[in-house]
Unconditional design. Structure first.
Lengths: 365, 223
């Protein structure tokens, strides 16, 4: 049967190529969109974890993401947090967003000494730490993407800064400023957006976070080891978005196969009559149709994965700040989606083919 | 009664009515027929007399509207689609006027597929193709063969699983006289060598002459 399936696909090259391409585009769409979402979130969460802090403290009721633009916490909370049992140090951070070359970035305003006290260490690969004033630090990815070098001027938030140093990417934000400078620039003296907290040796971050919550009811503490889950759950509609692109890939695969196999059945009515005259049962004919659609979808999934890998290479070359995550699990999921769409799409044409009257089929012109 | 004389194919009061265009058309009217095992019979008659319909009903490709068909002791009406398909695959080989080879497969693959569908023992394909004179063209597709060669390939495919019955519907209808003679010689040789029951439908009395027995049909009835 597989030889006949393969021969049918080879014999109708244009139809097969169009079908494989359509399924492949659907699968690639699924992999690229979900890969970009997951990649950006995972990279962002990883950068948060790489700060070295154990806990992030924000105003109660704020979103894990939206609060990053807020500034509703007085810095004077720091000593109160540090008095909670299990807390070793707290570092106030003022976060803001800005655009550089039309791309939005989160910037951190903090004191480097206090940042180091919570475990945050910026590995400066070029230049030096700031000496205060209007100096800033950029990460290597942002510097490479925009061609920035140490000493170059950068205008942020309407203020001209000088790049004092470039640090290895992967820790916290891509842009760091002195806390006092950002507070002054944004007229937010004494305020911050969040605290990075380092727990003491042997203290479990989740337990310490609960203690902070209990002692300081205006604050919300979250252990950073599950920060990625917090982000995914708090981005409004993200899970729904994943649902929509998953369904879209499934529907594309389903419709392409339905149309392809339906027209194939009409075109090959006589062949079905021949197979029935040779003793093929209805079940055999159904398996033939489903087998052909599975092979087409399998090839489509392979094409989709190849297309996605090409898209990742293209993104890496032309949009280096975008991170796309392609996991083996995602590829398996996309392949299963394509195959599920293929089976569903082949069922109606398959049943129709199985029910064709052999004699009518043999006289079909 | 010896085995050869016993009815291998039996049709009793067979009726086949086609419905279409608001009108009923009786293709078969109370047909009674018995064909013994190993018999080579030809059904002759003018176009539209129901001879092809009779062949398809006897082969289990379509069901009779009423009446009974028994093949090798199995009553076809009592069988479901799967059982009927298996019986058809096991006992019957069809040869059609239009050859009906699968165009995407080579001649050899056509024969192998026929064996696979029927669950028959693999093998014997090369011998069979040599017997019909197509050993050299086993890997060609049907479109690369002449019409006479395609019909010989179709006969080889019909015999690939060594069926007890060969049903041939106008097997020489699309062939010139030279190829027709060759096909009839081939069927005669198969019948002599393997003792197959052959039922051949034709409107050509010359072709019918190759058979041991001639059954005449007119207006859906056996005369």
């Amino acid at each position: 049967m597989m030889r006949l399936v393969a021969a049918n696909i080879r014999h109708r090259k244009t139809r097969s190529l169009v079908c494989v391409a359509a399924v492949g585009i659907g699968i690639s769409l699924f992999l690229v969109l979900s890969g970009l979402c997951r990649g950006m979130i995972a990279e962002s969460a990883q950068r948060m974890r790489n700060t070295g802090a154990s806990i992030i403290v924000q105003p109660r009721g704020s979103s894990g993401l939206l609060a990053f633009k807020g500034s509703s916490l007085p810095v004077k909370y720091a000593p109160e947090i540090e008095r909670v049992p299990g807390v070793a140090a707290a570092c106030p951070v003022l976060t803001w967003t800005t655009t550089i070359q039309k791309v939005i970035y989160v910037i951190y305003g903090l004191d480097l000494d206090r940042y180091e006290a919570v475990g945050g260490r910026l590995e400066i690969v070029e230049g030096r730490p700031w000496r205060g004033g209007n100096e800033l630090l950029l990460d290597t990815r942002l510097a490479a993407a925009n061609g920035y070098r140490v000493g170059d001027p950068v205008t942020l938030l309407g203020t001209r800064f000088t790049i004092a140093g470039i640090f290895r990417s992967g820790v916290g934000a891509r842009v760091y400023l002195p806390l006092a400078t950002l507070q002054e620039t944004m007229h937010l003296d004494g305020m911050c957006s969040l605290f990075f907290v380092k727990t003491g040796a042997g203290a479990a971050p989740a337990g310490v976070a609960s203690s902070i919550d209990a002692r300081l009811p205006a604050l919300r503490a979250s252990a950073l080891d599950r920060y990625e889950d917090v982000m995914v759950n708090e981005i409004t509609g993200l899970n729904e978005f994943f649902g929509v692109i998953t369904s879209t890939a499934l529907v594309i695969s389903f419709l392409v196969i339905l149309l392809t196999m339906y027209t194939t059945i009409i075109e090959r009515t006589r062949e079905i009559g021949i197979l029935r005259s040779l003793g093929a049962t209805r079940g055999w004919i159904l398996r033939l149709v489903v087998g052909e659609s599975l092979l087409l979808c399998g090839l489509g999934a392979a094409a989709g994965v190849a297309l996605t890998l090409c898209a990742r290479l293209w993104l890496a070359s032309f949009h280096p700040l975008l991170t796309m995550e392609i996991s083996p699990r995602g590829i398996v999921r996309a392949t299963l989606l394509a195959l599920a769409g293929g089976v569903l799409g082949a069922l109606y044409p398959g049943f129709r083919a199985a029910r064709i009257d052999p004699v009518e089929a043999l006289t079909y012109e | 009664m010896n085995e050869k004389a016993q009815a291998f194919i039996r049709a009793v009061r067979l009726r086949k009515t086609y419905r279409g265009g608001g009108e009923d058309y009786d293709a078969l009217r109370e047909v009674n027929l018995e064909v013994a095992r190993g018999e080579f019979a030809a059904i002759v008659g003018p176009s539209g007399c129901g001879k092809s319909t009779l062949l398809y009903v006897l082969g289990g490709l379509t069901a009779a509207t009423s009446g009974e068909v028994t093949v090798g002791g199995e009553e076809l009406r009592t069988l479901g689609d799967a059982a009927l398909s298996r019986l058809r695959g096991r006992t019957t080989g069809f040869v059609f006027q239009r050859f009906n080879l699968l165009p995407t497969l080579s001649i050899r693959e056509n024969l192998a597929l026929a064996q696979a569908i029927r669950g028959a023992d693999r093998g014997g394909i090369d011998t069979l193709l040599a017997k019909v004179g197509l050993a050299e063209k086993a890997h060609r597709r049907p479109a690369e063969l002449s019409m006479g060669e395609q019909q010989r390939a179709a006969i080889a495919r019909a015999l690939a699983h060594r069926p007890a019955i060969l049903l041939a519907d106008e097997p020489t209808g699309n062939l010139d006289s030279g190829n027709s003679v060759r096909i009839l010689d081939l069927l005669g040789a198969m019948h002599r060598d393997s003792g197959q029951t052959i039922l051949l439908v034709t409107h050509d009395p010359g072709v019918a002459g190759a058979a041991d027995r001639v059954i005449r049909m007119r207006d859906g009835k056996i005369e």
